[in-house]
Write a new protein. Structure first.
Length: 220
């Protein structure tokens, strides 16, 4: 079974687009003969995120973690208990391409680190910000970017290193570093780039939104 784990903290505005895109990826994987389970981990949600997931027929679990690392960890643990052999992770403000799951499995690796691209730059975000961001991003094979929005890992390797750590931020980076230290086979690919938001009002501190906000301060 392939398990997709999506943490969400008050993401009602963007979760629908995420799940619509995920539905296409799931359909392709199921057509290829895979069983796929999608779980949205509602972490301290006080908005309509649960209703959005229900509208798309996606299972949810409510947690009081207040931590994206713990939310991912709890969601992964639940799916592993159900027999998941591959864990695919993305974010509630992101949209995966239709071939996302099949591309991960096609890499024939224990870990697959994918790339992201900005879905739509906001009108007020200056061209200088876009240029600065793109100048430092390697959207190519062999890159070394780590994104919780596009990450896949086999259950065996995940459990070997103890899984996601209950961190407030950079839980994805820590997991991949732990996997590297364990000798896991890792593929760094740009073949299934995930569209993500350019917002700077991050739900998770020190995440991608804060990274963009920091870049803005470097523009004269």
């Amino acid at each position: 079974m392939i398990a997709v784990v999506i943490p969400a903290h008050n993401e009602a505005r963007r979760l629908g687009r995420c799940l619509k895109a995920m539905g296409a990826a799931v359909a392709l994987a199921e057509h290829a003969g895979y069983q796929v389970g999608v779980l949205v981990v509602l972490d301290r949600c006080a908005d309509g995120s649960a209703a959005v997931a229900k509208r798309f027929g996606v299972e949810t679990v409510a947690v009081d973690a207040g931590s994206v690392g713990m939310a991912r960890r709890l969601g992964a643990a639940l799916m592993l208990e159900r027999g998941a052999q591959w864990l695919a992770c993305t974010d509630a403000d992101s949209q995966v391409p239709p071939h996302w799951l099949l591309s991960q499995l096609g890499c024939s690796a224990e870990v697959v680190c994918g790339t992201v691209h900005i879905e739509r730059w906001q009108p007020w975000q200056r061209a200088a910000l876009r240029k600065l961001y793109l100048s430092g991003y390697q959207a190519c094979e062999g890159h070394r970017h780590i994104h919780g929005a596009s990450l896949g890992v086999c259950a065996r390797a995940y459990e070997r290193v103890g899984g996601f750590q209950p961190l407030q931020a950079h839980e994805d980076v820590q997991l991949v570093r732990d996997l590297e230290a364990s000798g896991a086979q890792i593929v760094w690919t740009a073949k299934h780039s995930v569209a993500t938001s350019s917002r700077v009002d991050s739900r998770a501190r020190e995440g991608f939104g804060d990274f963009l906000s920091e870049l803005q301060t470097q523009i004269p």
